[in-house]
Design a binder for this molecule. Structure first.
Ligand code: EPU
Length: 433
């Protein structure tokens, strides 16, 4: 456990060198859950060893999964679901709601813990529950859990109110073994979802990707074991790419996937960072002064909300006034308070400061930021509120003058594999205490 540990970072050193990206956290966890759909073995290659994967592995073990890890290969075999109840996990993440579908397929019953809100907003699961109910599942909410049962899931035409990543994944897991067809309209199409679909297809599922955010699933009777290589983490890529540019360094990211970073690369070019796409990765560096920009976060293929926090730090170093409109989460700028302590000039607005009003318009959510730069950041004590915000604290400390003490680093351990080792190998002056 890493609670109460801190990072001490001495800022002002350019990060230089090469690192290999890890497999994607937000695909690995879903794939572990998807492996529960079959009684055969599933082998996940390039599976990062980080907190969220460990928590999900614990969940799988509670219901009967047998897990073996050899380096970055994780083998999971669940011949029988021995327990349909996930009452408690030693640590929390947002994955248990996805376990409903596999448990229901295999036993007709499921119970998973209720997850509260977190530092980036209330994070409801109403889309998940409504969709499963439409597919023939009875769900009761108790004080601490969702209890579900079914006589068999049935396909349904589901229109999502918003292209939610988790809800799309949940409906896919429900649809692959359901009777008849499921159609998801307004589905999320993040690269991690496509990778999950690729794995399920290898397991025997029939899933079509339509145009206009439609996913068609034809239920099959059985799914089989498979081996799947998890796609490299585009969020980790962005974290290190911004470190390279912000510290005036030069980092080559082995396996960085250009196709999943197109929107980010365009933003980086507008800001004045440079990159060179090579055969097996992308090199990031800086060329001259950084410029202010305006951007909006969005679902894929838009500018991902998980890139917003490191980008805000980069924009504190740009000349002029930048504007960021966060349209995915209603309250994901809380961490800017920590940056202000370091000397950043950032003001948060409840108004939609974007091209068009988003669904948070006139709801009083602090979801737009105005950043004035360049600001000289000074090392100080800061606290991490959530995973991606934590990355922002670290990047700010890397460019700040003097020493920073960052607490709450368990959030980083949940989402980044060997984070500190990677930072050290690039020349960062970082110490865990
Ligand atoms: N939403 C609802 N009701 C629902 C589901 C979602 O209103 O039932 C709303 C959310 O409140 C939010 C929006 O829809 O405003 C998008 O949420 P989504 O369901 O897409 O997010 P998620 O599946 O919970 C995943 C990632 C997040 C990432 C988002 C957006 C995982 C484990 N998490 O969350 O990643 O920010 O998609 O791309 O895959 C992270 O890695 O640190 C992280 C937070």
């Amino acid at each position: 456990m890493t609670e109460n540990q801190q990072f001490i970072i001495e800022g002002g050193y350019p990060l230089k060198g090469k690192i290999r990206l890890s497999g994607t956290k937000n695909a690995a966890t879903k794939m572990l859950v998807a492996s529960l759909l079959t009684d055969e073995e599933v082998i996940l290659e390039n599976c990062p060893d980080l907190g969220d994967v460990q928590i999900t592995a614990e969940l799988c073990q509670i219901v009967g999964g047998k897990i073996k890890r050899e380096g970055n290969t994780l083998k999971i075999h669940t011949p029988k679901i021995t327990n349909h109840r996930v009452k408690e996990l030693s640590r929390k993440n947002r994955i248990p709601i996805l376990a409903l579908s596999p448990l229901l397929h295999r036993t007709g019953k499921a119970e998973v813990p209720i997850l509260g809100g977190c530092k980036i907003g209330p994070r409801p699961v109403d889309f998940h529950l409504n969709a499963l109910r439409q597919m023939g599942v009875e769900i009761k909410e108790t004080e601490s859990s969702y209890k579900a049962k079914t006589d068999g899931l049935k396909g349904y035409n589901i229109e999502l109110p918003y292209p939610s990543v988790g809800a799309t994944e949940n409906i896919i897991l429900a649809g692959v073994l359901a009777k008849e067809k499921t159609v998801i309209s307004n589905a999320a199409v993040e690269p991690e979802i496509i990778d999950l679909i690729k794995m399920l297809q290898k397991m025997g599922a029939i899933i079509e990707l339509g145009t206009n955010r439609k996913i068609y699933i034809e239920g099959v009777k059985k799914l089989y074991g498979t081996t799947h290589y998890i796609l490299p983490d585009r969020n980790e890529a962005v974290s290190f790419a911004i470190m390279a540019i912000a510290t005036n360094g030069d980092i080559f990211l082995e396996e960085a996937p250009q196709e999943n970073l197109i929107t980010f690369l365009n933003a980086i070019r507008r800001i004045g960072g440079e990159f060179k796409v090579e055969k097996n990765g992308i090199r990031f560096f800086r060329k001259g002064e950084l410029k202010a920009i305006e951007l909006e976060t969005d679902t894929f293929p838009g500018f991902t909300t998980d890139w917003q926090q490191p980008t805000v730090v980069l924009l504190t170093q740009a000349n002029g006034t930048s504007v960021i409109h966060e349209t995915v989460y209603e309250d994901r700028f809380g961490y800017t308070e920590e940056l202000r302590k370091m000397g950043a000039d950032i003001t948060i607005f409840t108004k939609c400061l974007g091209e068009k009003p988003c669904r948070f318009n006139e709801k009083n959510y602090p979801h737009s930021a105005v950043i004035k730069g360049p600001a000289t950041l000074k090392g100080t004590k800061t606290e991490i509120y959530d995973l991606r915000a934590g990355c922002a604290n670290v990047i700010a400390a890397l460019i700040a003058k003097g020493e920073s003490k960052i607490s709450g680093i368990e959030h980083l351990d949940r989402g980044y594999e060997n984070f500190e080792e990677k930072l050290l190998s690039l020349g960062a002056k970082v110490k865990r205490v």
